[in-house]
Ligand binder design. Structure first.
Ligand code: SF4
Length: 397
């Protein structure tokens, strides 16, 4: 007869085992993998490129090898929510509209300050985990349409590790006239970016650090993220980048300057959001980021030549740094407070004063042209050399 569970540790372990069994029941064979010898598989949904033996899972814990075939999540959501698209954050994509957001469980990183750790760290941290709800792509699209959302967004956990599910939903969303987007850590591969390209309009990447050691602490690699940003831009996704500024982790002037320089080397037109950290999850040993720090970070971005830099998570405290201004004449074009649009003066995507076009996907009518976009003017970047230089610059004495 089974022994009753009496202590807290055993109860947590039992809960995790049950959740794992439940999630295994909501899987199908994946597409982003290849078969290797000896019943192994190699997954290329994210930059880890796990080689997974039979009956084992990858680093993300939610994709696993069963008898020489790779299985992964399908048919559920851990969260469904209606958000302003500015919360993702996208500031140059359908401003003032709603994004119907869905998430699954699991992540390929383990950031100590994750604000979605209950969903992202499932099956890695016994305290994490959230009951999944069975849902179909059609139900999510119907939810988006019923609530007037214009965009369907994969978020809350890492979208790359659940790319096949996102594409199922995005295909239905596109057919219903919706835009589509991912909110991602950017640990991509050429294969997954090409797989997503026909179905994804807007892509947000967290560029969390420019220090290879910093990325190692989070479970990732700087070069994968830099390469992903360059690939996304080249292939014509609308890209915005976020850096959560964390005291003592990535807030040195040198590191913020390197991040801004890198973004500019891809394109000065990519919006950079510098956002304020607050204590969360395992990172409770440092102060919340101050308004002054965020303003300074944004000023560094502008000084390095970026044309659109936004200060986030301090609504109403950073003046013009929440607004979109014309890089030609300085006119305020979109005035914001947090995620709210106070005024939108753009005229057909251009400045009403000097007439220059502001990069972005401003209206639903712009989507067909954005979907055709392939950029040929992207400089070829030597990512390995950039990372080696960063390693040298930020190496601890
Ligand atoms: S998604 Fe990434 S972490 Fe998960 S199995 Fe595939 S390569 Fe590994």
């Amino acid at each position: 007869m089974a022994r009753p569970i009496t202590n807290a540790g055993e109860r947590v372990a039992s809960k995790e085992r049950k959740l794992e069994a439940l999630l295994r029941g909501m899987t199908r064979e994946m597409e982003l993998y290849e078969k290797l010898s000896g019943n192994k598989v190699r997954c290329f949904a994210c930059g880890h490129r796990c080689a997974i033996p039979d009956d084992r899972a990858g680093v993300c814990r939610v994709r696993f090898n069963k008898e020489g075939r790779l299985f992964g999540p399908t048919g559920y959501a851990s969260a469904l929510q209606l958000d302003p698209i500015e919360k993702k954050p996208f500031f140059h994509a359908l401003p003032g509209t709603l994004a119907f957001s869905f998430g699954m469980l699991g992540c390929d990183f383990h950031c100590g300050y994750c604000q979605n750790w209950i969903t992202s760290q499932t099956l890695r941290d016994p305290q994490a985990g959230h009951d999944p709800v069975r849902v179909s792509p059609d139900q999510m699209v119907e939810g988006a349409r019923r609530h007037g959302a214009l965009t369907l967004t994969s978020t809350y956990n890492e979208p790359l590790i659940t790319s096949e599910w996102a594409v199922e939903a995005f295909k239905r969303g596109r057919a219903a006239g919706l835009a589509t987007s991912c909110v991602s850590n950017g640990n991509g591969t050429p294969e997954v970016i090409d797989y997503l390209r026909p179905w994804v309009d807007f892509y947000k990447v967290d560029l969390k650090s420019f220090n290879p050691d910093g990325y190692r602490q989070l479970g990732g690699k700087l070069d994968h993220v830099l390469a992903t940003i360059a690939m996304l831009y080249e292939r014509g996704f609308w890209v915005e980048i976020v850096t959560l500024v964390v005291s003592g982790f990535n807030d040195s002037e040198a590191e913020l300057r390197e991040i801004a320089r890198f973004i500019k080397s891809v394109s000065a037109d990519i919006p950079w959001h510098v956002t304020a950290f607050h204590r969360d999850y395992k990172m409770t040993d440092r102060n919340d980021t101050s308004t002054r720090q965020i303003i300074r970070a944004a000023e560094i971005g502008y000084a390095e030549g970026l044309r659109f830099v936004y200060a986030g998570n301090r609504p109403g405290e950073t003046g013009e740094l929440e607004n979109t201004r014309c890089p030609g004449c300085g006119e305020t074009l979109i005035e914001r407070c947090g995620f709210q649009i106070l005024q939108d003066r753009l005229q057909a995507g251009g400045c009403p004063k000097c007439g220059i076009r502001i990069p972005g996907v401003w209206r639903v009518e712009d989507l067909p042209a954005a979907r055709q976009c392939r950029r040929r003017d992207t400089p070829k970047l030597d990512i390995a050399a950039i990372v080696e230089e960063a390693r040298r610059k930020f190496a601890k004495a």
